[in-house]
Design a protein around this ligand. Structure first.
Ligand SMILES: Cc1ncc(COP(=O)(O)O)c(C=O)c1O
Length: 445
């Protein structure tokens, strides 16, 4: 068990020595063009040499405030000392044996930790894999095997990964352009998007359920998958009551309810899992991203009777549950349990809510401010037309980068700025970032 940690870096201002990207980053980018596949994008081609707490330092010596955490991965801070020490110690012991050949205790211990901390006190089982998309793939396999049914429903504005199956689930066609044919028996149904649909949770659930019943039919439906707060879709927080109604319908109809907590889980929203905010106890919970503080690991955790449906040997893979990643993950669990991180996530959420609401009162382009904990966003809407303000979010992110702030965009219309800061980010640092965004919005006006 690691001791509670004093959060380290309280300096608030980025340090810029060159343009962003600087000359070394630009030279590396040129080299990359000759050798890295074009399909691998980079939001901001600033090449990182070092990272610590909420900061990343690039090869030109610029120190940038990272409000994206590698898309929600380094939740407990870049280079969290406990996770780094645990992974380094494990490297000295065993780096790989393959759990499905000769197992090791860490895998079992992490499964125990997930059984304790995922919602619900029923008996649970876990399997570990390498990436979020692979967790989604496995959850679908398990749900189909358990129910003997084929169809899977995902929500509008959802995102579940870049494998062939998960491409079929994503809302945005752009992720899959030219990659078809896609997996069959995958359906998309309307979500709850209060800012856009104006529906209560009950009304939105009725609409979703009508689609499930009429367009798919319950007898064929194996699973419904939902992100409790949609990530790539623009931090869409469902209306109160929506998720419980959907889950209740799933339970009554023998449909497996899968919570994709890959972006929302493990402290991000101030609780172990975002499902807790909505009073839902999913049948299966998916983890990845923040689970191992930056090392690759993902998991499916859920009801024992569902998880035990597949036959021995039908789950797993060469690197799934790698001992080094598992050691880091166990440290993450200790850090979350004994450190200040849940409270810090709520503090960050409070600070963002206050600052972004003030910004919204000054800039009519901000149509909505939403989120929970350290998962906050604002959506940009043209006040004259009420249409998504296409281009405004990327312009703000570009301006922020020039001023040393790394911001991520999101949303099906790419009109959302989302904040996924490390939980080591201070209020002063948030203030510095908001000031830059304020100036960016002023230039747009
Ligand atoms: C909610 C959600 N599900 C699944 C994925 C896919 O995870 P990975 O990129 O690790 O495959 C992501 C990644 O952004 C995600 O945000």
């Amino acid at each position: 068990m690691s001791a509670p940690r004093v959060l380290p870096d309280h300096s608030s201002a980025p340090l810029l020595l060159t343009d962003v990207p600087g000359p070394r980053s630009r030279a590396l980018h040129e080299r990359r063009r000759q050798t890295v596949a074009r399909g691998v994008g980079s939001v901001l081609p600033v090449y990182i040499a070092h990272a610590d707490g909420p900061w990343v330092t690039d090869v030109d010596g610029n120190r940038l405030l990272d409000l994206g955490s590698g898309i929600g991965v380094t939740t407990i801070g870049h280079g969290n000392p406990a996770a780094v020490a645990a992974a380094a110690a494990q490297l000295e012991q065993v780096t790989h044996t393959l759990f499905t050949v000769t197992p090791y205790e860490g895998y079992v211990r992490l499964a125990e930790r997930l059984s304790e901390k995922t919602p619900g006190d029923h008996e649970k089982r876990s399997v570990f894999v390498n990436s979020g998309a692979e967790a989604v793939e496995n959850a679908v396999k398990i749900a189909r095997r358990h129910t003997g049914r084929r169809a899977v429903a995902a929500l509008d504005h959802g995102f579940h990964g870049r494998t062939n199956l998960t491409l079929a689930m994503n809302h945005k066609a752009a992720y899959g352009t030219g990659f078809g044919p896609f997996s069959s028996d995958i359906h998309r149904v309307p979500n709850s998007y209060p800012y856009r649909d104006g529906l209560s949770g009950e009304q939105a659930a009725e609409r979703t359920i009508a689609h499930l019943e009429q367009r798919i039919g319950t007898s064929d439906l194996a699973a419904v998958i939902a992100e409790p707060i949609q990530g790539e879709g623009g931090f869409v927080v469902p209306a109160d009551g929506y998720l419980p109604a959907l889950q209740d319908w799933c339970t009554r109809n023998g449909v497996v309810f899968i919570a994709d907590e890959i972006q929302t889980g493990l402290g991000r929203t101030g609780t172990w899992f975002a499902s807790e905010h909505f009073d839902v106890v999913p049948d299966l919970v998916l983890t990845a991203k923040g689970i191992a503080a930056g090392l690759p690991l993902a998991g499916v955790t859920g009801r024992a009777d569902i998880m035990d449906a597949p036959d021995p040997g039908s789950l797993g893979g060469t690197f799934g549950g790698n001992p080094v990643s598992i050691a880091a993950a166990l440290a993450v669990f200790d850090e979350l349990e004994h450190g200040p991180f849940f409270a810090e996530a709520l503090r960050i959420g409070g600070s963002l809510r206050q600052h972004l609401t003030t910004l919204a009162s000054r800039h009519p382009l901000i149509g909505d401010v939403r989120g929970i904990g350290a998962m906050y966003a604002f959506e940009l809407t043209d006040p004259a037309t009420s249409h998504p303000a296409a281009g405004a979010a990327s312009a703000i992110a570009a301006y922020a980068a020039q001023h040393g702030i790394l911001l991520l965009t999101a949303g099906s219309d790419a009109n959302v700025i989302r904040f996924l800061p490390t939980l080591t980010t201070t209020d002063d640092q948030i203030e510095v970032a908001v000031d830059v965004i304020d100036r960016a919005l002023a230039t747009l006006a």
